[in-house]
Design a protein around this ligand. Structure first.
Ligand SMILES: [Zn+2]
Length: 258
């Protein structure tokens, strides 16, 4: 480590390295979630965190009024953290909250670490589960805010990201039981559906750009479809009236592909 970096930056660099190790460990997990895209996202996040760590460890701090400031996030670190957060935001299944850069910058900026937004569960047991995870996360954040010892910092970061992981599992469980399609803008290509499902859940609908018949026909008489429903990428053209049937049919198609 370059001794020109202030102690606060050294702590931030250490946090970035620890979170990178957590991301790499998760990418190597044999569990079905994360999937291949999620693993790639975790590896990319880890690489970006390495870049941020190096910047914290080596960039000399700006001098203000003749004294080196301890409250500066180097540009390279800021950009790398922003890229890593974008990657996390577009892959919610990996269990890295979209604002996770706050964990890294805290020793330098003295910022809070926000709780992630609620998953808005509807069932009492899911509500209780989320409340329990949030309160444990809150307690970990309170300890992290005042922690300067490396070993304890590592243990607290591990605990925090394990809780985020559990929240991601809860989110996936809630999504898996959803049957109402989430409306999305029409994807530019069929390939864009994969990431859209990862972000919004297994059942999507979007406006149909060109004319197509609804999947339901009465005695060979067809009527127009105005939307497409997609169950994990298996798509069916339909109208408003037959949307629920289309979801069931798309799901059947998807299951048959397995
Ligand atoms: Zn119809």
């Amino acid at each position: 480590m370059n001794s020109s970096a202030p102690w606060t930056a050294a702590l931030a660099g250490h946090r970035a390295r620890t979170v990178a190790a957590i991301a790499r460990k998760r990418a190597a997990s044999p569990a079905p979630i994360p999937n291949a895209r999620g693993r790639a996202a975790l590896r990319k996040i880890a690489d970006l965190l390495d870049v941020a760590a190096l910047a914290f460890e080596t960039e000399p701090p700006p001098v203000v009024d003749g004294a080196a400031t301890t409250r500066d996030v180097p540009t390279d670190a800021r950009l790398a953290l922003a890229d890593a957060e974008r990657e996390a935001a577009s892959h919610p299944t990996i269990g890295f909250p979209p604002q996770f850069g706050q964990y890294v910058t805290q020793p330098v900026l003295d910022n809070d670490v926000d709780l992630p937004p609620s998953l808005q569960p509807k069932q009492p047991n899911d509500i209780a589960r989320e409340a329990d995870l949030f309160s444990r996360l809150f307690a970990v954040h309170a300890q992290l805010a005042v922690c300067t010892m490396e070993e304890l910092t590592d243990a607290l970061l591990e605990a925090a990201f394990t809780l985020h992981w559990k929240l991601a599992h809860l989110r996936n469980a809630l999504r898996a039981t959803a049957t109402d399609p989430v409306e999305i803008p029409a994807p530019a290509t069929p390939m864009a559906l994969g990431p859209a499902h990862e972000e919004h859940g297994p059942v999507l609908s979007f406006a149909l750009a060109r004319k197509a018949p609804c999947h339901v026909s009465d005695d060979g008489r067809t009527h127009g479809a105005d939307r497409m429903v997609s169950y994990q990428g298996a798509t069916i053209a339909t109208c408003e009236e037959h949307e629920a049937q289309a979801v069931a049919k798309a799901r059947g198609l998807y299951d048959a592909l397995d």
